[in-house]
Design a protein. Sequence first.
Length: 450
Amino acid sequence: PSSRGQNNHDAPRLHRANVGHNVNDFEEDAVDGPGLGASLAVALDTTVAIVKVGVLLFLKMFLLPLFLGFFLDASTVHFFGHDVARRLAFAGSDLFSFILLHWVAGITFMLLVTVFLLQLREVAHPDVLARLIRPQEPQPDLLGNLMHETVFTHMKRMMLSLAIYAPLLLLHVYLPIKLFMASGLEASVPFFHLNFYHLVMPQLQIPLELITFHLSMLALLERYKNSIGGLQHRWMKFMCRKLGLTDYLLPKEVEGLELIGSKAVFLPRDDHVPLQVDPFFVELVSKEGNVDQFVESNIDKGNDSQPRSIVHGEIRASGERVLSIGTTHISIPANDGDGKPILLPTKLGRYRLQLRDFDSDLSLEPTVEFFREIQGEEIRRPPEGWDDLGAGGAFVQGRWAWGRERKSVVEGSVAQRTSFRASSKHRIPIGLTMKVIALLMLSWIAITLT
C-alpha cells in the first residue's frame, strides 16, 4: 500500500476533460506563445537572406569592377611608364588607395561600356540588338529582387556581363596598347607617363581624388549619354550609306506601298478535277523567317512597262502601315471543303496583301495582290527621353521593346529590315561579309582613337 501511495503521489495529475481543454496537457508543461522552432526558422531565414544579399552585392558591385580594374592596370602598366614592382610597392604603402584606384578604374569602364551598348541598342534596327541587350529598367526594390531571384540567375547574369566586358577590354584597351608599344612610339610620347602628385597626406588625398573623379564621371555620363547616342547615329548613318548597309542595320520609315505582283487563289480550271487552292498559299502561311525570295519567285509580276501602282495605305494605332485597318486576314477555303479555311495575314514582313474579288463581267479569278514597302529616310535615334525609368516602359518612352513589352508607335512603323541571308539554307554573300568587317574595323579605329 505504501508503495502504491508513493507511486500515486509521484505521478502527474491529469486535468478533467472540459470543453476546449486538451486532456493530454500536463500542469507542469503548460506553455503559451509560439514555439522555439518557429523563432529559429525565422532567424535562420533572415540570416540566409542577409548573407545572400551581401554576397551578391560584393560580387557584382565590388569584385567584378575590381577584377576589371586589375585587368586594365595590367594592360596599361607599361604604357604609363610603370612596372609591376612599383605597383606592388604602392600597394604595400597604401593598400586602401591601391584597391580604390582599381575599383574606380573598373567601375568607370563598366559604366562607359553600358552607356555605349544601351545607346547602340536604340540606334540600330530593333531586329539587330534589341533582342540581345536588355534595356535599363527601374529597380524600385533592388534588395527584394536580389532576395527573390535565385543565386543561379544572378551568377548567370554576372558571367554574361563578364563575357561582354572582357572581350571589349581586350579589343579596345589591350590590343591597341600592344600595337602602340610594338610601334616604338612610346618613347616619343612622354605625356602618358602618369604619376600621383600630392600636397597633403597621400592616404587622404588619393581617395578623395578618386571619389571626386568617380562622382564626376557619373554626372558627366548622365548628362551627355544621349549625345553619345546621337554621335553613334550620325556615324552609323554615314558609314552605312557609304557601304550600302542601311537596309540591313538601321531603322527606316515606310513612305508607301508599291504593287509588285499578284497570285491567283485557285489553280487553272480543269473539268475533270475539282477546283484547287494554289499550294503556294498553304506554304506561305506555314513558312517561317524570311519570305522575300519565296514571294518574289512565285508571284506573277506582270508587265514591267506598266506604270507602278503606289498607295499610301492606312496606319494602325500600333504605327503599322497597312492597306486596310479593318482587314487583318484573308480567308481562303481549304481544298477538302470540310477543313478549316486558310487564314492568310494581310501583313507578311515587308509585304501587304489584299484580295481582288471575282468580277463576272471581266471574267477575273479571285486574286491576291502583293504590295511591298517603299522605304524612306532613316529614323532618328535614340528618341528624346527614352531612358526615363519612370516614364512607363517601351510604349511610352519610344525605346525598342524587350520581351513581351508593348511596342511603341515608332517601332511599329519601322520598315522591315533586309536579312543578311536570303534564307536559312543560304550563306551570307562574301561581298556583304566584307562590308560588315570593314564597318567593324573602321568603328574600332574610331572608338580607339577617341
